[in-house]
Design a protein around this ligand. Structure first.
Ligand SMILES: [Zn+2]
Length: 471
């Protein structure tokens, strides 16, 4: 029997607001345990929440970027459960009227992943297991989160990973989250079930909680698919349960039986007024959304003639794409600037976090000036590469490095003239070549390179010299 996996995702994304959702405490990652806390975010009796407007606006921006409808009337609800990381014994979330509904994200093959809803909620604290004790840190409690819920539209682990990468790119581009999986600002829960291929009925699903890297998401889905098909093939039932993924063993483990919505006793939070958005609010937020990665990749391919793989790599990091746009101004062939970024700059700025922050040692104008020298044939590609290495080390403009090396770029290299001069002043080498000593050509190319102080294109010089030597 052929089995098909059916996967839906709930992705939690911490919003990059400076303060928490209901108080003025800092949202900064890390810090001494319980140093970013106050009576509101630790749920002290009598403390009253005050909704952070920025968190609402960021949620709406996420919705607009993901093609959602925005509910102009929305509200916050209490979701009850008891766990030590949740000091109030309820989480403030959104139940029946979330801010955003009915969106979608398109995968590369054109497949649409439907987004059911995006809701705003608060994060919980963190439990730390240490020396047989369980400690609790409430620094994260009350950090604003959005939960993005898809329909069960995924049919493979690869589709899930592609969706997450695209989602990360979009949310970083609109600037509402840094989406760092390793710091937990993007994490996801996977709902997975298995059914006979071609069936339209859904099987019993299990939920794998809190996956915090793309490779764990992939591994957990693949393991769970095998586990569930194994059970079904042996004639055993799949139970509805909540699982965790153990990255060491690569297995999913039971955490608890799955709760239903009824178990949470949702009701509207009486301390927080309804959220009302005007058409003007939504229009203003729509105008805040910059060009999204998908549109940017298309523009680079069609206008700049970049290979799609290069365009995709550059657009993975908004700051890199912004740098590239500036470096490309006025260039005939921006793909050359792109290749300097993707080779020399990427090998110097090599980690994901560093590329995301993109602390470039040179401004984009310096790269543009270097590529212009190449386009004007004032330097060759090899020299440009060497100059660029020095630019990245010293943070200087190409002209000042060329000057320091005693290379003038004021005059254009007349390669024909240089080749003629090489032939004219080296009759010995010419004679050797004509007698069949092919190596003599190298001496003539060397002469051209010396005359141009290394700026000439050696390959071009070879072609011209061969023509001259035919005579
Ligand atoms: Zn607080």
């Amino acid at each position: 029997m052929k089995w098909e996996m059916v996967v839906g995702l709930e992705t939690h994304v911490e919003l990059a607001t400076k303060s928490k959702i209901f108080c003025s405490c800092s949202t900064q990652f890390g810090g001494d345990p319980n140093s970013h806390c106050c009576p509101v975010c630790t749920g002290q009796p009598g403390a009253l929440p005050f909704l952070n407007r920025q968190a609402v606006e960021y949620t709406v921006m996420a919705g607009l970027a993901l093609n959602c409808e925005i509910n102009r009337y929305s509200k916050m609800d209490r979701k009850h459960y008891v766990y030590p990381d949740l000091p109030k014994a309820f989480q403030v979330s959104q139940f029946d009227i979330p801010l955003c509904i009915n969106g979608h994200l398109e995968l590369s093959g054109g497949k649409m992943i439907n987004i059911n809803r995006i809701q705003l909620e608060e994060d919980a604290g963190k439990l730390i297991h240490e020396g047989g004790k369980i400690l609790v840190d409430y620094n994260r409690a009350g950090v604003p989160l959005i939960e993005i819920v898809t329909e069960p539209d995924f049919r493979s682990a690869e589709e899930v990973v592609e969706y997450l990468e695209k989602l990360q790119g979009i949310l970083r581009t609109i600037g509402i989250s840094d989406c760092r999986m390793q710091e937990g600002s993007l994490r996801c829960d996977v709902n997975i079930s298995v059914r006979e291929e071609g069936s339209s009925q859904l099987g019993t699903r299990a939920e794998i909680k809190n996956l915090n890297s793309f490779s764990f998401v992939q591994a957990a889905i693949e393991y769970e698919f095998d586990r569930q098909t194994g059970l079904l093939e042996a004639g055993k039932p799949v139970f509805q349960e909540t699982l965790s993924f153990d990255s060491v063993s690569g297995k999913t483990l039971n955490m608890r039986e799955k709760e239903d919505a009824d178990d949470y006793r949702f009701f509207p939070d009486p301390d927080i007024p309804a959220i009302i958005l005007s058409e003007e609010d939504i229009k203003r937020l729509r105008e805040c959304i910059p060009e999204l990665p998908e549109a940017r990749i298309k523009r680079y391919v069609s206008e700049y003639r970049l290979p799609e793989a290069d365009a995709t790599l550059i657009c993975k990091y908004k700051k890199v794409a912004d740098f590239f746009d500036k470096a490309s101004e006025g260039l005939k062939n921006p793909a050359v600037a792109a290749s300097f970024i993707l080779t020399q700059m990427f090998s110097k700025i090599s980690t994901e976090v560093a590329r995301e922050q993109w602390a470039s040692p040179i401004p984009p104008e310096f790269l543009r000036d270097l590529v212009l020298l190449l386009e004007e044939k004032k330097i060759n590609h090899n020299l440009a590469k060497n100059i660029f290495t020095k630019m990245l080390e010293e943070g200087k403009a190409p002209k000042s490095i060329l000057e320091a090396e005693g290379i003038s770029t004021d005059e254009v290299i007349d390669l024909d003239e240089l080749c003629k001069s090489a032939v004219y002043t080296n009759p010995g080498a010419v004679e050797d070549y004509k007698k069949g000593k092919k190596k003599a050509l190298q001496a003539l190319i060397g002469n051209v390179m010396r005359q141009s102080r290394g700026r000439a294109d050696a390959e071009e010089a070879r072609k011209i010299l061969l023509e001259l030597l035919k005579e």
